[in-house]
Every structure is written in C-alpha cells, then in structure tokens.
Design a protein around this ligand. Sequence first.
Ligand SMILES: [Zn+2]
Length: 342
Amino acid sequence: MSIPAAARLAASPEQIALAIDIGGTTIKGAALTRSGEVCAEFTVPTREQQRGPLDGVRLVVTELQRRLGEHGREAHRVGLASPGLIDTPTGTVGYSANLGWRDLALTDIIAAEFGLPAVLLHDARAGAVAERSALAAAGESDASLAFVPIGTGIAAALVDGGRFVAGGAGGAGEFGHIVVVPGGEACPCGLAGCVEIYASAANIVRRYRERGGVASGADQVAARIPTDPRAAEVWSDAVDALARGLAALTAILDPARIVIGGGLGLAGDTLLIPLRARTRTLLPWRPVPPIGASATGARAGLVGAGVAAWGEEGPDAGFVAAAIRHLEAASRAHGEHDQRAS
Ligand SMILES: [Zn+2]
C-alpha cells in the first residue's frame, strides 16, 4: 500500500502498529498508537465467496493503511494472532485446521508484500498477553494461568512460573482437540469427539441448528436454555466436554487459575456455574482451580497482537486498558454484539 508523498511528508512521527486477529469466522484489524489509542478499525469475514483467509489478511492490512493514509499516517509494524501450530521465531503457521493453512510463512509474506516487519503469535497466547496485563493492573498474580478463549475454535494459553508454555513445535495448549467423547462427532482435525466439536461457540450454534433450533450466535442458544430443551441439551454437552478438557489440563498443569475468554466467556454464570460444578465432579481427588471469566473480553487476541507488534521494548504501560476501552466504545457505537460466535 503506497502512501501519497504529500501525506508522508506530513506524517506524524508517532509510530503506529497494526494488530490483526485471524479467527475462523472473522479477521479483526486495528491500527493502534503506542499508548493504545485506536486510529482505525477494519474487520472482514475470514472467508467470503472466492476469497480465503490469506487474502482476507491482505485486505485488512491494505484497508487499515489506506485509512491511516487519509490522515497522513502509516503503520510501521504488524502483530498477527492466528490459531493453529504457530512458530513465532520464524513467523510460520505450521498447521491450522480452521484456516486450512499448512507451513504458511505469514510474517515473510507481510514483510515482502507490504514492507512491514511483522510478528506472529498463537491467538490464545496473544489473548493471554492482554489478560495477564489486566490481572497485573488489578494486583492479581499472572504467574500460573490457563487462559481459554472460546470462539470458532478452542485452545488454551498456558502460563507456568511466569512464562508461556509453547512446547516443542509451538503446539502446547491445543486442548480443543483432546478426545472427550470416544466415537463422538467428527472433528476437522481428523479425530472424533474432540472438546471443540461440542464446546466452541460455532459448534454450539451448529449443533443447536441440527436439532431444528434457529440461532446465529451461542448467546442466543444460551438465552433459550430455560425454554428450549434442545438448547439445554446442546449447552449441557458443551459444558461436559469443556469440563473434561479442563480436568485433564488441571491434572497435567495445575494452573492457579483458569480464565474463560472469547465470545463464550461473555456468557458469564450461564457457563461458569455448571462448568465449575461439572469440573469438580471430574477431579474428586483435588481442589479445582478458580474458573472465572476474562477481563479482556472478545478483543483480547486483537489487543495482544498489538502488544506483540511493539516487540521487546513493548508499548506504553496503559496500552491494554486503553486499547480495550477504545475498542469497546467503538463497538457500542456500532451496536455490535460481543457474544456472537466469533
Ligand atoms: Zn479435533
């Protein structure tokens, strides 16, 4: 994206980062200053007619730069959050079932096509970057944590001893693909009965529709639990699958706290009360860590990608709180619903 020469001459010396959160349903983008001010926002469906996820990312970068250019500004760096097996040092997506990517050198592509240095994070770990910042601001410890954003897919970001657990191939925390229902429903990963195929927001909606229900978001399914047995059944299956996954995760990692994020985290007590109770029955031999809702909501991955874009030196201390405040205000202005399967 070229910026007109006149605009470049007038450009503010303030640096701007693009944050891009690549989800299975939408690709969210925002242009952010170092203090967390949102200069521009742009979101597209991940797939639209013939356009796939990579062209969606290109479209978001192009459009954000164009909008910045209208005000004589331009971005200097990009932070990307993607689901799947992520190798941050090489900026490569090793595999993502929901995006259909294998060995995609994403940061090299952004650097070559847009001339922008880019950094790539696992989306759950990007969300946890924002969540840890919110915990620290509230005076809470973030040294031992399982952050579980639930949207189109499910993965966990694991923090132990104050450090992220990435694993040998960047694949730690993919607990969405633990099999909890042997012989259960087929999952795009190739297995059957995975946590994700019952408990992701997208799959809760899919399973409700398959039973004849009408809903476009998991929040709508949750709202019908008291009056529609199909909604109650689908929700109960989701809670059970999640609880089985969290019990396994707790047995292995023993996190001090579990934080449910993403769109489904906004379901609040409708999810958390039965989830805590079910998880307790699966871990009778030990206490269950506190299970709470995210403080950073459905935009944690986007804001965490923004933090990552600033690299080692990082953004200003108030970046996460300011960015979330700006993004929520903008979304209220647009009348968006956070709880849609996203
Ligand atoms: Zn699976």
